[in-house]
Design a protein around this ligand. Sequence first.
Ligand SMILES: Cc1ncc(COP(=O)(O)O)c(C=O)c1O
Length: 281
Amino acid sequence: MSRIAYVDGAYVPLRRAAVSIRDRGFQFADSIYEVWALRGGRLFDAEAHMARLQRSLAELRITPPMGEASLWAVMRETMRRNWVRDGIVYVQISRGAANRDHVFPPPDTKATLVVTAKNLDRHAIALRAGSGVKVISLPETRWARRDIKSVNLLPNVLARQTAKESGAFEAWLVDAEGLVTEGTSSNAWIVDAAGVLRTRPLSHDILHGVTRAAILQLAQERQLRIEERAFTLDEAKAAREAFITAASNAATAVIEIDGVTIGDGRPGPVTQALRAAYLGV
Ligand SMILES: Cc1ncc(COP(=O)(O)O)c(C=O)c1O
């Protein structure tokens, strides 16, 4: 079955889906995106992802191509046409197509909107969560506004490729102070040696993960000891547990960092409890 994408007003087969070479997303990464996870036909944290999309647009002063209600409708229709029940919906909005010029194009330039949806291998995701994943550390080389979910992802891509070539699933990025910022496409957490659940506080340094917020809320409800405080790589390596959060992976245990085994090398109880609570299983 051919997959269908929504591109600027039309639902088209993926092989024919295209945007202009003048598109500022292509030319300058002048574009934002958002990703929702769908499980059993339900969009997780639907409103929070939409709110972050609107915030990313506002931060870059991109005029939304349509209202929120219309965007929901396009997303639902894209999911329906692709028969997606367990997977992701991806929305990308660029500042539109214009003659190549660094300054913003004329105000009547219409933003480009692309929506795709695809099923993910739920079994593979569950297996990964069951065994936990390996992480490597790399220097933080991204721009200073990582809170904006822009498609400016080249450093993330390069770091993720290095992780893959090292046999790891994710790379944790480490800032000039030696503190972990986040993963290339996930937020980073530990249960430190003292048993405190820790993740870096919100700032321009990290993406404000929607799953991060939901897991934090669940941890608070369970009255865990929590500190939104950055941790060093050494603290992470000495942690009882480590995990990552992202829409498509929920909370997934990290069992090794730079070859150092975390805890007993298996997903720990805090990670597993928070994952189960998040997924409602
Ligand atoms: C850099 C980065 N950090 C964190 C996350 C996790 O965010 P969320 O939980 O909203 O998916 C992502 C998701 O893609 C990301 O790209």
